[in-house]
Ligand binder design. Structure first.
Ligand code: ADP
Length: 198
């Protein structure tokens, strides 16, 4: 049975504030926020087999191989809490991942409802990440690694947005400004597409 909810992606460069907005949006729509970065980090912290496999990729700011990432997402989307919808944060990031996501959804006769692009300029995102480095001590928040992550985003992930724009799914939202204001902008943009929060 189709329960209320929404199938959403949030995409944006490192430091755009995806994680912060994702948890707020997920609460508003009553859907789980699924962050591949968070799940990988938990596995690294817990020294699981997956964690050991992905640690070096994450520390260097490189993408984790598609197969590992796709398997992780396929498993997570099969949990019952994602039956009525989900918000994916940080996935897909490559063309192969986007194709795999399409396959996972169509297998269940599902479609995406919207793709939110959180737009933020590079100077601001780098400043945010460097500040976060001093607060949280994330191992990939050093200047060289940040630069590599931004470059990978521009080269591999940003081009995926064209695909979603062609499908009429893309909603661009300015990610700069107060956290509540940005959340309000996203909720407003989604409501305009007929996706009203609970
Ligand atoms: P950010 O968006 O700030 O770079 P994330 O927490 O989303 O942070 O991701 C952190 C790291 O986790 C990435 O640099 C990468 O190593 C890994 N990762 C997360 N999602 C993916 C993905 N979809 N494909 C490959 N690697 C990923």
């Amino acid at each position: 049975m189709r329960t209320p909810g929404a199938r959403l992606l949030i995409v944006g460069p490192p430091g755009a504030g995806k994680g912060t907005q994702a948890s707020r949006l997920a609460a508003a729509y009553g859907i789980p926020a699924i962050s591949t970065g968070d799940i990988f980090r938990e596995n690294v912290r817990g020294e699981t087999e997956l964690g050991l496999q992905v640690k070096s990729f994450m520390d260097s700011g490189s993408y984790v191989p598609d197969d590992l990432t796709n398997d992780l997402v396929a498993d997570r989307l099969s949990w019952t809490d994602a039956d009525g919808g989900f918000l994916l944060d940080g996935y897909p990031r490559t063309p192969a991942q986007a194709a795999k996501l399409d396959e996972m959804l169509s297998r269940n006769d599902h479609d995406l409802d919207a793709v939110i692009e959180l737009v933020a300029d590079t100077d601001e995102t780098v400043a945010r990440l460097l500040k976060r480095a001093t607060l949280e001590g994330r191992s990939d928040d050093t200047e060289d690694v940040i630069r590599h992550r931004l470059e990978l985003y521009a080269r591999q992930t940003a081009p995926l947005l064209d695909l979603y724009e062609d499908r009429g799914l893309l909603t661009q939202v300015d990610g700069l400004g107060d956290i509540d204001v940005v959340t309000g902008r996203i909720l407003g943009a989604l409501a305009q597409r007929g996706l009203k929060a609970a």
